[in-house]
Write a protein that binds this ligand. Structure first.
Ligand SMILES: Cc1cc2nc3c(=O)[nH]c(=O)nc-3n(C[C@H](O)[C@H](O)[C@H](O)COP(=O)(O)OP(=O)(O)OC[C@H]3O[C@@H](n4cnc5c(N)ncnc54)[C@H](O)[C@@H]3O)c2cc1C
Length: 401
Protein backbone atom coordinates (compact mmCIF):
# COMPACT_ATOMS: atom_id res chain seq x y z
CA UNK A 1 0.00 0.00 0.00
CA UNK A 2 1.07 3.55 -0.79
CA UNK A 3 2.62 5.09 2.36
CA UNK A 4 2.07 8.75 1.45
CA UNK A 5 -1.39 10.26 1.06
CA UNK A 6 -2.54 13.73 0.17
CA UNK A 7 -5.08 13.50 2.99
CA UNK A 8 -4.78 11.10 5.90
CA UNK A 9 -7.75 10.69 8.25
CA UNK A 10 -7.37 9.13 11.70
CA UNK A 11 -10.71 7.53 12.63
CA UNK A 12 -13.52 6.37 10.35
CA UNK A 13 -16.39 7.34 12.64
CA UNK A 14 -19.06 9.97 12.06
CA UNK A 15 -16.60 12.80 11.31
CA UNK A 16 -14.01 10.74 9.40
CA UNK A 17 -16.41 9.11 6.94
CA UNK A 18 -18.40 12.33 6.38
CA UNK A 19 -15.24 14.33 5.71
CA UNK A 20 -13.77 11.75 3.30
CA UNK A 21 -17.07 11.57 1.40
CA UNK A 22 -17.34 15.36 1.15
CA UNK A 23 -13.73 15.72 0.00
CA UNK A 24 -14.26 13.14 -2.75
CA UNK A 25 -17.44 14.88 -3.85
CA UNK A 26 -15.29 17.99 -4.40
CA UNK A 27 -12.56 16.11 -6.27
CA UNK A 28 -12.70 12.37 -6.79
CA UNK A 29 -9.04 12.21 -7.79
CA UNK A 30 -7.88 13.10 -4.24
CA UNK A 31 -5.65 10.45 -2.63
CA UNK A 32 -7.27 9.87 0.76
CA UNK A 33 -6.64 7.17 3.35
CA UNK A 34 -8.60 6.46 6.53
CA UNK A 35 -6.85 4.67 9.38
CA UNK A 36 -9.60 2.84 11.26
CA UNK A 37 -9.19 -0.43 13.21
CA UNK A 38 -12.87 -1.30 13.71
CA UNK A 39 -14.84 -3.58 11.36
CA UNK A 40 -18.05 -2.10 12.78
CA UNK A 41 -19.60 1.37 12.73
CA UNK A 42 -22.18 2.47 15.31
CA UNK A 43 -25.04 4.96 15.22
CA UNK A 44 -24.57 5.98 18.86
CA UNK A 45 -27.39 8.59 19.12
CA UNK A 46 -29.97 5.77 19.02
CA UNK A 47 -28.56 4.13 22.16
CA UNK A 48 -30.77 6.41 24.30
CA UNK A 49 -33.83 4.97 22.56
CA UNK A 50 -32.42 1.43 22.90
CA UNK A 51 -32.20 2.02 26.66
CA UNK A 52 -35.85 3.09 26.61
CA UNK A 53 -37.03 0.04 24.65
CA UNK A 54 -37.77 2.11 21.52
CA UNK A 55 -34.99 1.05 19.13
CA UNK A 56 -33.38 -2.24 18.13
CA UNK A 57 -29.73 -2.33 19.19
CA UNK A 58 -28.83 -4.48 16.16
CA UNK A 59 -29.94 -1.63 13.86
CA UNK A 60 -27.30 0.68 15.38
CA UNK A 61 -24.39 -1.50 14.20
CA UNK A 62 -23.29 -1.84 10.57
CA UNK A 63 -20.21 -2.98 8.71
CA UNK A 64 -17.60 -0.24 8.35
CA UNK A 65 -16.76 -1.64 4.91
CA UNK A 66 -20.24 -0.77 3.63
CA UNK A 67 -19.72 2.92 4.46
CA UNK A 68 -16.06 3.36 3.48
CA UNK A 69 -16.30 5.81 0.55
CA UNK A 70 -15.29 4.34 -2.82
CA UNK A 71 -11.82 5.54 -3.76
CA UNK A 72 -10.57 5.82 -0.15
CA UNK A 73 -7.74 3.53 1.01
CA UNK A 74 -8.83 1.89 4.25
CA UNK A 75 -5.84 1.16 6.48
CA UNK A 76 -7.03 -1.30 9.14
CA UNK A 77 -4.68 -0.23 11.89
CA UNK A 78 -4.65 1.73 15.12
CA UNK A 79 -2.72 5.01 15.27
CA UNK A 80 -0.34 5.08 18.25
CA UNK A 81 1.60 8.35 17.84
CA UNK A 82 2.08 11.49 15.78
CA UNK A 83 5.23 13.09 14.38
CA UNK A 84 3.74 16.35 13.06
CA UNK A 85 7.15 17.88 12.28
CA UNK A 86 7.70 15.10 9.73
CA UNK A 87 3.99 15.06 8.71
CA UNK A 88 3.86 11.43 9.82
CA UNK A 89 1.80 9.10 11.99
CA UNK A 90 2.88 5.76 13.44
CA UNK A 91 0.52 2.84 14.04
CA UNK A 92 0.66 0.29 16.85
CA UNK A 93 1.99 -2.33 14.38
CA UNK A 94 4.98 -0.03 13.67
CA UNK A 95 3.81 1.05 10.19
CA UNK A 96 4.17 4.74 9.34
CA UNK A 97 2.20 6.98 6.98
CA UNK A 98 2.92 10.49 5.75
CA UNK A 99 0.52 13.13 4.51
CA UNK A 100 0.05 16.58 3.01
CA UNK A 101 -2.93 17.21 5.32
CA UNK A 102 -3.99 15.26 8.40
CA UNK A 103 -7.51 15.11 9.88
CA UNK A 104 -7.58 13.74 13.43
CA UNK A 105 -11.04 12.42 14.36
CA UNK A 106 -10.76 9.34 16.62
CA UNK A 107 -13.67 10.40 18.89
CA UNK A 108 -13.29 10.34 22.66
CA UNK A 109 -12.42 7.84 25.34
CA UNK A 110 -14.83 6.52 27.99
CA UNK A 111 -12.93 6.56 31.29
CA UNK A 112 -14.92 3.87 33.11
CA UNK A 113 -11.94 3.30 35.43
CA UNK A 114 -12.25 6.79 36.94
CA UNK A 115 -15.31 5.59 38.91
CA UNK A 116 -14.21 2.81 41.24
CA UNK A 117 -16.10 -0.45 40.71
CA UNK A 118 -18.09 0.84 37.71
CA UNK A 119 -16.60 -1.36 34.98
CA UNK A 120 -16.83 -4.47 37.16
CA UNK A 121 -20.54 -4.03 37.83
CA UNK A 122 -21.59 -2.60 34.47
CA UNK A 123 -24.45 -4.59 32.93
CA UNK A 124 -25.36 -6.35 36.17
CA UNK A 125 -26.48 -5.62 39.76
CA UNK A 126 -29.00 -3.07 38.36
CA UNK A 127 -26.20 -0.84 37.03
CA UNK A 128 -26.19 0.13 33.37
CA UNK A 129 -25.04 2.75 30.89
CA UNK A 130 -26.37 3.77 27.49
CA UNK A 131 -22.80 4.78 26.64
CA UNK A 132 -21.92 1.28 25.46
CA UNK A 133 -23.35 -0.90 22.71
CA UNK A 134 -23.13 -3.92 25.01
CA UNK A 135 -25.10 -2.46 27.92
CA UNK A 136 -27.71 -0.09 26.42
CA UNK A 137 -30.21 -3.01 26.14
CA UNK A 138 -29.70 -3.78 29.86
CA UNK A 139 -30.88 -0.23 30.69
CA UNK A 140 -34.25 -1.17 29.21
CA UNK A 141 -34.30 -4.45 31.15
CA UNK A 142 -33.79 -2.47 34.36
CA UNK A 143 -36.41 0.18 33.57
CA UNK A 144 -39.00 -2.35 32.42
CA UNK A 145 -38.57 -4.59 35.48
CA UNK A 146 -38.37 -1.79 38.07
CA UNK A 147 -41.03 -2.08 40.75
CA UNK A 148 -40.21 1.14 42.62
CA UNK A 149 -37.48 2.26 45.01
CA UNK A 150 -34.46 4.53 44.59
CA UNK A 151 -33.40 5.18 40.98
CA UNK A 152 -30.18 7.10 40.38
CA UNK A 153 -29.02 8.72 37.13
CA UNK A 154 -25.54 10.24 36.94
CA UNK A 155 -23.63 12.73 34.79
CA UNK A 156 -19.84 13.17 35.21
CA UNK A 157 -17.88 16.38 35.80
CA UNK A 158 -16.14 16.14 32.38
CA UNK A 159 -17.59 17.03 28.98
CA UNK A 160 -19.47 14.04 27.50
CA UNK A 161 -20.67 13.13 24.05
CA UNK A 162 -24.21 14.42 23.78
CA UNK A 163 -24.58 16.45 26.97
CA UNK A 164 -28.27 15.55 27.11
CA UNK A 165 -27.86 11.76 27.05
CA UNK A 166 -27.26 11.36 30.83
CA UNK A 167 -30.67 12.93 31.64
CA UNK A 168 -32.70 12.01 28.51
CA UNK A 169 -32.97 8.43 29.72
CA UNK A 170 -34.14 9.64 33.15
CA UNK A 171 -37.15 11.48 31.67
CA UNK A 172 -38.10 8.44 29.60
CA UNK A 173 -37.78 6.14 32.63
CA UNK A 174 -39.99 8.43 34.74
CA UNK A 175 -42.61 8.59 31.98
CA UNK A 176 -42.59 4.80 31.67
CA UNK A 177 -42.99 4.35 35.42
CA UNK A 178 -45.82 6.92 35.47
CA UNK A 179 -47.63 4.95 32.76
CA UNK A 180 -47.10 1.76 34.79
CA UNK A 181 -48.63 3.55 37.79
CA UNK A 182 -45.49 3.21 39.94
CA UNK A 183 -43.84 6.64 39.70
CA UNK A 184 -45.20 7.49 43.17
CA UNK A 185 -43.22 4.55 44.54
CA UNK A 186 -39.98 5.81 42.91
CA UNK A 187 -37.44 8.19 44.43
CA UNK A 188 -35.45 9.51 41.47
CA UNK A 189 -32.10 11.26 41.97
CA UNK A 190 -29.96 13.02 39.36
CA UNK A 191 -26.32 13.26 40.51
CA UNK A 192 -24.55 15.62 38.13
CA UNK A 193 -21.11 17.17 37.83
CA UNK A 194 -22.67 20.15 36.05
CA UNK A 195 -24.07 23.19 37.83
CA UNK A 196 -27.46 23.16 36.07
CA UNK A 197 -29.72 20.85 34.10
CA UNK A 198 -28.75 22.47 30.74
CA UNK A 199 -26.39 25.24 29.66
CA UNK A 200 -28.86 27.25 27.56
CA UNK A 201 -31.42 29.12 29.69
CA UNK A 202 -34.38 28.82 27.28
CA UNK A 203 -34.10 25.01 27.09
CA UNK A 204 -33.15 24.67 30.77
CA UNK A 205 -36.49 26.24 31.77
CA UNK A 206 -38.43 23.50 29.99
CA UNK A 207 -36.26 20.78 31.54
CA UNK A 208 -36.59 22.24 35.03
CA UNK A 209 -40.36 21.81 34.57
CA UNK A 210 -39.86 18.16 33.57
CA UNK A 211 -37.59 17.57 36.57
CA UNK A 212 -40.20 19.12 38.91
CA UNK A 213 -43.15 17.22 37.34
CA UNK A 214 -41.35 13.93 37.85
CA UNK A 215 -40.30 14.89 41.40
CA UNK A 216 -36.68 14.25 40.44
CA UNK A 217 -34.20 15.31 43.13
CA UNK A 218 -31.19 16.99 41.46
CA UNK A 219 -27.73 17.09 43.07
CA UNK A 220 -25.57 19.52 41.08
CA UNK A 221 -21.76 19.89 41.20
CA UNK A 222 -21.47 16.37 42.63
CA UNK A 223 -18.73 13.98 41.50
CA UNK A 224 -19.46 10.24 41.52
CA UNK A 225 -16.41 8.38 42.84
CA UNK A 226 -17.54 4.76 43.30
CA UNK A 227 -20.32 2.37 42.34
CA UNK A 228 -20.50 -0.74 44.50
CA UNK A 229 -22.83 -2.96 42.47
CA UNK A 230 -23.15 -5.97 44.80
CA UNK A 231 -24.06 -3.65 47.71
CA UNK A 232 -26.20 -1.35 45.52
CA UNK A 233 -24.39 1.73 46.78
CA UNK A 234 -23.05 4.83 45.01
CA UNK A 235 -20.49 7.23 46.52
CA UNK A 236 -19.98 10.83 45.53
CA UNK A 237 -18.34 14.03 46.75
CA UNK A 238 -19.17 17.72 46.62
CA UNK A 239 -18.15 21.00 48.22
CA UNK A 240 -20.46 22.38 50.91
CA UNK A 241 -21.20 26.10 51.15
CA UNK A 242 -18.00 26.69 53.17
CA UNK A 243 -15.90 25.00 50.48
CA UNK A 244 -15.25 21.80 52.48
CA UNK A 245 -15.30 18.54 50.55
CA UNK A 246 -18.13 16.28 51.69
CA UNK A 247 -18.18 12.55 50.87
CA UNK A 248 -21.48 10.65 50.96
CA UNK A 249 -23.06 7.41 49.78
CA UNK A 250 -26.59 6.46 48.78
CA UNK A 251 -28.25 3.07 48.34
CA UNK A 252 -30.02 2.44 45.04
CA UNK A 253 -32.34 -0.09 43.42
CA UNK A 254 -31.47 1.05 39.89
CA UNK A 255 -28.52 3.06 38.60
CA UNK A 256 -27.88 4.47 35.12
CA UNK A 257 -24.38 5.94 35.18
CA UNK A 258 -22.26 7.79 32.63
CA UNK A 259 -18.45 7.48 32.68
CA UNK A 260 -16.10 10.49 32.75
CA UNK A 261 -14.74 11.19 29.25
CA UNK A 262 -11.52 12.54 27.78
CA UNK A 263 -9.42 12.48 24.61
CA UNK A 264 -8.06 8.99 23.81
CA UNK A 265 -4.74 8.41 25.62
CA UNK A 266 -2.70 8.36 22.36
CA UNK A 267 -4.00 11.89 21.69
CA UNK A 268 -3.44 13.12 25.26
CA UNK A 269 0.18 11.95 25.13
CA UNK A 270 0.80 13.45 21.67
CA UNK A 271 2.13 16.87 20.61
CA UNK A 272 -1.33 17.60 19.18
CA UNK A 273 -3.00 17.82 22.61
CA UNK A 274 -3.90 21.19 24.08
CA UNK A 275 -1.31 21.66 26.87
CA UNK A 276 -3.77 23.85 28.80
CA UNK A 277 -6.36 21.06 29.06
CA UNK A 278 -5.72 18.00 31.24
CA UNK A 279 -8.36 16.03 29.33
CA UNK A 280 -6.07 16.24 26.30
CA UNK A 281 -8.38 17.48 23.54
CA UNK A 282 -6.69 18.38 20.22
CA UNK A 283 -5.78 22.07 20.17
CA UNK A 284 -7.54 23.67 17.20
CA UNK A 285 -8.84 27.05 16.16
CA UNK A 286 -12.52 26.82 17.12
CA UNK A 287 -13.69 28.48 13.88
CA UNK A 288 -11.54 26.69 11.26
CA UNK A 289 -10.44 23.43 13.00
CA UNK A 290 -6.86 23.99 11.91
CA UNK A 291 -4.34 22.98 14.58
CA UNK A 292 -2.96 26.00 16.42
CA UNK A 293 0.67 24.86 16.09
CA UNK A 294 0.79 22.50 13.09
CA UNK A 295 -0.64 24.16 9.98
CA UNK A 296 -1.35 20.97 7.99
CA UNK A 297 -3.17 19.24 10.88
CA UNK A 298 -6.94 19.55 11.46
CA UNK A 299 -9.34 18.06 13.98
CA UNK A 300 -13.07 18.23 14.69
CA UNK A 301 -15.77 16.07 16.26
CA UNK A 302 -15.62 14.72 19.80
CA UNK A 303 -11.82 14.87 20.11
CA UNK A 304 -11.31 18.58 19.36
CA UNK A 305 -11.13 21.28 22.02
CA UNK A 306 -13.81 23.43 20.32
CA UNK A 307 -15.83 24.74 23.29
CA UNK A 308 -19.20 23.30 22.32
CA UNK A 309 -21.08 20.13 23.24
CA UNK A 310 -19.87 17.02 21.44
CA UNK A 311 -22.59 15.76 19.08
CA UNK A 312 -23.11 14.31 15.65
CA UNK A 313 -25.27 17.35 14.93
CA UNK A 314 -22.26 19.61 15.57
CA UNK A 315 -20.15 17.43 13.26
CA UNK A 316 -22.66 17.93 10.45
CA UNK A 317 -21.85 21.66 10.54
CA UNK A 318 -18.14 21.24 11.34
CA UNK A 319 -17.23 18.89 8.51
CA UNK A 320 -18.08 21.23 5.59
CA UNK A 321 -15.82 23.88 7.21
CA UNK A 322 -12.86 21.59 7.84
CA UNK A 323 -13.27 20.13 4.34
CA UNK A 324 -13.09 23.65 2.83
CA UNK A 325 -9.85 24.35 4.68
CA UNK A 326 -8.21 21.04 3.80
CA UNK A 327 -9.26 21.38 0.18
CA UNK A 328 -7.93 24.95 0.03
CA UNK A 329 -4.61 23.86 1.54
CA UNK A 330 -4.20 20.99 -0.93
CA UNK A 331 -4.81 23.47 -3.77
CA UNK A 332 -2.51 26.14 -2.27
CA UNK A 333 -5.45 28.45 -1.67
CA UNK A 334 -7.11 30.14 1.32
CA UNK A 335 -10.59 29.52 2.68
CA UNK A 336 -12.72 31.89 4.75
CA UNK A 337 -15.10 29.14 5.90
CA UNK A 338 -16.01 29.50 9.59
CA UNK A 339 -17.92 27.36 12.08
CA UNK A 340 -20.25 29.26 14.44
CA UNK A 341 -20.42 26.62 17.17
CA UNK A 342 -23.73 25.10 16.06
CA UNK A 343 -24.74 21.99 17.96
CA UNK A 344 -28.04 20.28 18.67
CA UNK A 345 -29.37 18.01 21.35
CA UNK A 346 -32.67 16.21 20.79
CA UNK A 347 -34.05 15.70 24.31
CA UNK A 348 -37.02 13.36 24.75
CA UNK A 349 -39.01 14.56 27.76
CA UNK A 350 -41.52 11.66 27.59
CA UNK A 351 -42.41 8.88 25.13
CA UNK A 352 -43.60 10.63 21.95
CA UNK A 353 -42.35 14.08 23.07
CA UNK A 354 -39.02 15.66 22.26
CA UNK A 355 -37.43 19.10 22.57
CA UNK A 356 -34.87 19.83 19.85
CA UNK A 357 -32.33 22.10 21.57
CA UNK A 358 -30.16 23.87 18.99
CA UNK A 359 -27.62 26.55 19.89
CA UNK A 360 -24.14 27.90 19.07
CA UNK A 361 -21.01 29.41 20.68
CA UNK A 362 -23.11 32.28 22.06
CA UNK A 363 -25.17 29.73 24.09
CA UNK A 364 -28.28 31.23 22.51
CA UNK A 365 -30.98 29.13 20.80
CA UNK A 366 -30.44 28.74 17.05
CA UNK A 367 -33.68 27.21 15.82
CA UNK A 368 -33.90 25.40 12.45
CA UNK A 369 -37.70 25.28 12.40
CA UNK A 370 -40.23 28.17 12.42
CA UNK A 371 -41.79 26.92 15.67
CA UNK A 372 -41.02 27.33 19.35
CA UNK A 373 -38.43 24.59 19.83
CA UNK A 374 -38.33 25.00 23.59
CA UNK A 375 -41.65 23.07 23.58
CA UNK A 376 -41.40 19.26 23.44
CA UNK A 377 -43.27 17.95 20.38
CA UNK A 378 -44.35 14.69 18.78
CA UNK A 379 -42.96 15.84 15.37
CA UNK A 380 -39.47 16.14 16.88
CA UNK A 381 -39.79 12.66 18.41
CA UNK A 382 -40.50 11.32 14.89
CA UNK A 383 -37.45 13.24 13.64
CA UNK A 384 -35.21 11.58 16.26
CA UNK A 385 -36.63 8.07 15.98
CA UNK A 386 -37.02 7.74 12.20
CA UNK A 387 -35.64 10.67 10.19
CA UNK A 388 -32.22 11.25 11.80
CA UNK A 389 -31.09 7.57 11.69
CA UNK A 390 -32.03 7.43 7.99
CA UNK A 391 -30.23 10.73 7.33
CA UNK A 392 -27.13 9.46 9.14
CA UNK A 393 -26.67 6.26 7.16
CA UNK A 394 -27.85 7.58 3.79
CA UNK A 395 -26.91 11.25 3.59
CA UNK A 396 -24.44 12.24 6.33
CA UNK A 397 -21.88 9.43 6.06
CA UNK A 398 -22.08 9.68 2.26
CA UNK A 399 -21.26 13.39 2.35
CA UNK A 400 -24.63 14.50 0.94
CA UNK A 401 -25.91 16.29 4.05
C1 LIG B 1 -25.58 7.48 24.36
C2 LIG B 1 -25.23 8.50 23.30
C3 LIG B 1 -26.23 9.34 22.81
C4 LIG B 1 -25.92 10.28 21.84
N1 LIG B 1 -26.94 11.07 21.36
C5 LIG B 1 -26.69 11.94 20.37
C6 LIG B 1 -27.76 12.70 19.79
O1 LIG B 1 -28.92 12.55 20.17
N2 LIG B 1 -27.45 13.57 18.81
C7 LIG B 1 -26.18 13.74 18.35
O2 LIG B 1 -25.96 14.54 17.43
N3 LIG B 1 -25.14 13.06 18.88
C8 LIG B 1 -25.37 12.15 19.87
N4 LIG B 1 -24.34 11.40 20.38
C9 LIG B 1 -22.93 11.78 20.06
C10 LIG B 1 -22.40 11.26 18.73
O3 LIG B 1 -22.59 9.87 18.61
C11 LIG B 1 -20.91 11.61 18.65
O4 LIG B 1 -20.75 13.00 18.89
C12 LIG B 1 -20.27 11.26 17.32
O5 LIG B 1 -20.39 9.88 17.04
C13 LIG B 1 -18.78 11.63 17.32
O6 LIG B 1 -18.21 11.37 16.07
P1 LIG B 1 -16.60 11.24 15.93
O7 LIG B 1 -16.36 10.96 14.49
O8 LIG B 1 -15.93 12.37 16.59
O9 LIG B 1 -16.27 9.94 16.80
P2 LIG B 1 -16.83 8.45 16.59
O10 LIG B 1 -18.06 8.45 15.74
O11 LIG B 1 -16.93 7.88 17.96
O12 LIG B 1 -15.70 7.73 15.75
C14 LIG B 1 -14.37 7.63 16.16
C15 LIG B 1 -13.70 6.56 15.31
O13 LIG B 1 -12.29 6.59 15.55
C16 LIG B 1 -11.81 5.25 15.63
N5 LIG B 1 -10.57 5.23 16.42
C17 LIG B 1 -10.44 5.27 17.76
N6 LIG B 1 -9.15 5.17 18.11
C18 LIG B 1 -8.43 5.10 16.97
C19 LIG B 1 -7.04 4.98 16.68
N7 LIG B 1 -6.13 4.88 17.65
N8 LIG B 1 -6.64 4.93 15.38
C20 LIG B 1 -7.57 5.01 14.37
N9 LIG B 1 -8.91 5.10 14.60
C21 LIG B 1 -9.33 5.15 15.88
C22 LIG B 1 -12.96 4.49 16.29
O14 LIG B 1 -12.88 3.09 16.04
C23 LIG B 1 -14.18 5.15 15.65
O15 LIG B 1 -14.60 4.47 14.49
C24 LIG B 1 -24.60 10.41 21.34
C25 LIG B 1 -23.61 9.54 21.81
C26 LIG B 1 -23.91 8.58 22.77
C27 LIG B 1 -22.84 7.63 23.25
Amino acid sequence: MQQHHQILIVGGGNAGLSAASQLLRKDKSLKIAIIEPSEKHYYQPAWTLVGAGEFDIAATERNEADYMPKGVSWIKARVASFQPEQSQVTCSDGSTYTYDALLVVPGLQLDWHKIKGFKETLGKNSVSSNYSFETAPYTWEMIKNFKGGVAIFTNPTTPVKCGGAPHKIMYLACDYWRKQGILDKCEVHYISGAGAIFAVKEFAETLEGVVANNKIIPHYLHNVTEIDGPNHSISYEYKDKDGNMVKESMKFDLCHAVPPQSAPDFIKESPLADPAQPLGWVEVDQYTFRHKRFANVYSCGDVSNAPISKTGAAIRKQVPVVVEHIFAQINQQQSNAKYDGYTACPIPTAYGKLMLAEFDYSNKPKMSFPIDQTKPRWSMWILKKYVLPWLYWNRILTGKA
